[in-house]
Design a binder for this molecule. Structure first.
Ligand SMILES: C[S@@+](CC[C@H](N)C(=O)[O-])C[C@H]1O[C@@H](n2cnc3c(N)ncnc32)[C@H](O)[C@@H]1O
Length: 143
């Protein structure tokens, strides 16, 4: 529970960021930025760089690959590692999930996450966490 006032806005975060004029100390995106391809990620990250200014933080936890893995390799590994574990899903439900993941998940390699951060104007990009299955990583970007 956050001990501060909260305003929740239900809208497209790309449009919400474009409209935003207030500064923020921290911008957090969890498992949503990966739905944008790299060029659109960069546009949004540049807007977030403006919002957090020179003293704020931008944090993400998102799908990521080691540098020698492309998107199709990540998708194969995602399916190979998760399918045996997600036993609560029926085969149809698993199939529907994979249709979504194949169509809408755009992981970036570790180097590419760093590059996106620098190209967005963040001088510092820190990798905070690597998931044990190496499918997801958390990064902290600051000016
Ligand atoms: C994998 S889910 C993660 C949900 C939640 N952040 C979490 O960590 O449990 C991705 C979410 O991003 C939302 N999403 C994707 N693109 C979006 C956009 N442009 N604007 C707002 N939400 C978006 C989807 O609707 C979905 O709820």
């Amino acid at each position: 529970m956050l001990a501060c006032p909260v305003i929740l806005e239900c809208r497209d975060f790309v449009v919400a960021l474009r409209d935003r004029i207030e500064a923020a100390d921290v911008v957090w995106i969890g498992y949503s930025l990966h739905h944008l391809p790299a060029t659109a990620k960069l546009v949004l990250m540049r807007e977030i760089r403006t919002v957090v200014g020179n003293h704020g933080l931008f944090l993400v936890c998102e799908p990521a690959s080691p540098d020698d893995e492309d998107r199709s390799g990540w998708l194969l590994r995602y399916e190979r590692l998760n399918k045996p574990l997600w036993t609560a899903l029926t085969p149809e439900e698993w199939g529907a999930l994979m249709v979504h993941v194949r169509a809408a998940d755009f992981p970036e390699t570790n180097s590419r996450w760093h590059l996106l951060g620098h190209e967005a104007g963040f001088a510092e990009v820190r990798e905070m966490f690597v998931a044990p299955d190496d499918l997801h990583r958390m990064y902290c970007f600051r000016a």
